[in-house]
Design a protein around this ligand. Structure first.
Ligand code: IMP
Length: 177
């Protein structure tokens, strides 16, 4: 029961639609309180965060802006690591209250590489909201301000997250069996 197949792999239900929706509402409530009287700008990172960003945004009662960006990682010629490029951040974030919206923070490498680019533009404040956090997998520690669920270090799919391009449309989150 609760098993699905994506490509060649079997996944079992891990977080139900109801559980996810309740937690997203709690995160939105916390953000509404923390940013009362302010006008934060949410920067959601594509592709995976589109569903979380959409649901979170629906429950915001404060004035807020939203934009989506895409981060592309390229393997460097040397083994020293990846270069992360941002595509689509056309808005000026100087002196703005910024909340980054991520689907999942795994090793932390993606945001670790991207944050300095944002900080360089001198936002007034910079916080991170992530639906999922694999804290056991941390290699690049980050200060995560809003965490939906701390999950074990197992591959998950659904609610925006994909396995090799598929599974993003699932309303629940499934874990690799
Ligand atoms: P990090 O740079 O290691 O923190 O990884 C962040 C990115 O890896 C996420 O934005 C996802 O795109 C991807 N990712 C990490 N773990 C999973 C997973 O379990 N399922 C699907 N994508 C994942």
């Amino acid at each position: 029961m609760g098993l699905i197949k994506v490509h060649d792999k079997t996944f079992e239900i891990y977080l139900s639609e109801d559980t996810i929706q309740k937690r997203v509402q709690e995160l939105a409530a916390a953000i509404n309180t923390d940013y009362a009287g302010k006008r934060p700008m949410f920067i959601a990172i594509l592709n995976g965060s589109f569903m979380f960003a959409s649901d979170l945004f629906k429950h915001l009662t404060i004035e807020a802006e939203l934009c989506f960006i895409k981060l592309a990682s390229y393997k460097g010629l040397k083994s020293s690591g990846n270069v992360v490029t941002s595509i689509g951040l056309e808005d000026d974030i100087f002196n703005k209250e910024i909340v980054i919206v991520e689907d999942i923070v795994d090793t932390g490498k993606t945001l670790h590489n991207f944050l300095p680019k944002l900080e360089h533009q001198q936002p007034k404040s910079l916080r991170i909201a992530t639906l999922l956090h694999k804290s056991e997998a941390t290699e690049f520690p980050l200060k995560l301000d809003y965490i939906g669920f701390d999950i074990p270090n197992k591959f998950v799919v659904g609610y925006g997250l994909d396995y090799d391009g598929l599974g993003r449309n699932l309303k629940e989150i499934y874990q690799l069996v």
